[in-house]
Design a protein around this ligand. Structure first.
Ligand SMILES: *[C@@H]1O[C@H](CO)[C@@H](O)[C@H](O)[C@H]1NC(C)=O
Ligand SMILES: *[C@@H]1O[C@H](CO)[C@@H](O)[C@H](O)[C@H]1NC(C)=O
Ligand SMILES: *[C@@H]1O[C@H](CO)[C@@H](O)[C@H](O)[C@H]1NC(C)=O
Length: 471
């Protein structure tokens, strides 16, 4: 995660994701079950309203299974979403993200031939694995929303209103430009929303939007150009809207953290079960591992100490160095291989407290070792068990910093029985933190993935707000 400080621009450049294995023949959107290749062009340019029109709502035996769950998608002008993506290459700051936009934001598919051992590391059907970039959630979520089973094009029937704004792409394209430019589209959107008839119903309390970046990117406090980000989340209109992001400021009461996307986007329950079984059976050679880079420019970072301890462990810790030019760290197969081969995965804060890597490690059945309560416990409350000792190990940053704790000794002291219990808990979390492929129906439909949990929570919040106003 990028930190907000004036040196930022340089840091970001250095750490911009290195190009992944190029997978040229990826058929654009071919995995979308509902669509045929010749419909791709229309698919790209269908408006959100068109989507509502082709959705058939599930009415069974006269009872409406969607009652109380209808969502209306605002038909935003394209400047708020599609144009940002269409013009991706035109913005220097976005350019390294453009190739991840394919497959509705899942990114290029990982193909069997990319490595000699791809299929051993991933599942037998590699078709559900993608080189997904960590900042693509707003694109993925909108696509999932378009396939949501209870869409309506009649906003008076809807319980919630989805605002398909690509806030992260907007803020990122003007990195380092003046504040006026950075705030322009946010202010434009606030006004657009306020003037819609849907606004008057609850003054935005039934609205929600999702961003694929950390909340602090949208919470600039001053109007100085040196200050970080834009002020989208501080505009009055957004005080009422439910905002979902990959990392929140724990003090705000209408912003909620949802999982970073991982590399796995399965289409069926069978696939998820098979993956869970694989994760359970895997023999793990390393006691622990760390995939990351040092942060010498952040004085309070414990990463230096963690790397020292890892390298001193004589093979019990596997270090995947994200600073080298080997590109191992941006290679999903290599990352998943290391995590599947480790009992514990160290997840120290980077530029911000959360890491996408935490979700990759859970996906691999590797028990996360956390060093700050803000890395997971204070963030993803909708997704993880309340009792964090069930699925993770906590070591305080301070103890590591003052050299009070040997990570290796501490982890080696955890009993085999305890490890099995924790891993089984981690395994149970997997279906909740993945974003499954949209479009599956029937028995094979995966219930309760990260998207569905988020939408259900949003609907509950709106209901609670309604109850408050009517009592
Ligand atoms: C909404 O969709 C239905 C079909 O699902 C269609 O008959 C109706 O005309 C649409 N209404 C509007 C306002 O677009
Ligand atoms: C696969 O293995 C062969 C030799 O065993 C090697 O030459 C080739 O580079 C490998 N391919 C990849 C993509 O790693
Ligand atoms: C937010 O909601 C409150 C209460 O419903 C309302 O008084 C206020 O005007 C709303 N804010 C905006 C900007 O509409």
């Amino acid at each position: 995660m990028e930190k907000f400080n004036p040196k930022m621009k340089k840091i970001v450049k250095k750490r911009a994701p290195k190009p992944l294995i190029e997978i040229l023949p990826t058929p654009l959107f071919s995995m979308l079950l509902l669509l045929h290749i010749n419909q791709i062009a229309t698919y790209l340019f269908l408006s959100d309203k068109d989507y509502a029109n082709i959705t058939v709502n599930d009415k069974q035996g006269g009872t409406d299974t969607c009652a109380g769950r209808y969502v209306y998608i605002h038909s935003l002008p394209s400047r708020f979403n599609d144009d940002l993506i269409k013009n991706c290459e035109a913005y220097i700051e976005l350019r390294n993200k453009c190739k991840y936009l394919v497959n509705s934001g899942f990114g290029p598919r990982i193909l069997e031939g990319d490595h000699n051992h791809t299929t051993r590391v991933l599942t037998t059907e590699t078709g559900s694995w993608y080189s997904t970039n960590q900042f693509m959630l707003e694109v993925i979520f909108r696509e999932k929303m378009r396939h949501y089973e209870c869409l309506t094009n009649d906003s008076s029937l809807s319980s919630a209103v989805f605002v398909p704004f690509y806030a992260g792409f907007d803020v990122r394209r003007f990195w380092g430009y003046n504040v006026k430019l950075r705030d322009e589209l946010s202010e434009d959107l606030a006004q657009w929303l306020r003037e819609r008839p849907e606004w008057k119903k609850m003054y935005g309390r039934d609205h929600f939007f999702v961003t694929g970046r950390v909340g602090r990117d949208f919470r600039r406090v001053t109007d100085q150009d040196l200050d970080w980000g834009n002020k989208l989340m501080r505009l009055p209109e957004f005080e009422n809207i439910t905002m979902l992001s990959i990392e929140t400021n724990s003090w705000s009461n209408n912003e909620f953290a949802v999982p970073y996307p991982t590399y796995f986007h399965p289409k069926s329950r069978t696939e998820v079960k098979r993956w869970q079984r694989q994760v359970k059976m895997t023999r793990r050679r390393h006691l622990f591992s760390f995939a990351g880079a040092n942060r010498p420019e952040i004085r309070e970072s414990i990463r230096g100490e963690i790397i020292i301890q890892c390298l001193a462990s004589q093979g019990r810790c596997k270090f995947l160095d994200c600073d080298t030019s080997s590109k191992d760290c941006s290679d999903p197969v290599k990352v998943m291989e290391v995590f599947q081969d480790s009992v514990f995965c160290l997840q120290p804060p980077g530029d911000t407290p959360t890491r996408r890597s935490t979700f990759d490690s859970i996906l691999a059945g590797c028990i996360p070792v956390l060093f700050s309560p803000d890395s997971v416990y204070n963030q993803y409350r909708w997704y993880f068990p309340k009792d964090h000792t069930k699925y993770s190990v906590y070591i305080s940053e301070k103890d590591v910093k003052i050299g009070k704790v040997s990570i290796e000794n501490m982890l080696a002291g955890i009993s085999e029985e305890m490890i099995l219990k924790m891993r089984s808990e981690v395994e149970k979390i997997i279906p909740k933190i993945i974003y499954t492929k949209p479009g599956a129906v029937g028995l094979e439909k995966i219930q309760g993935d990260a998207f569905e949990i988020a939408v259900a929570r949003v609907l509950k919040r709106v209901q609670d707000a309604m109850d408050l106003t009517t009592t």
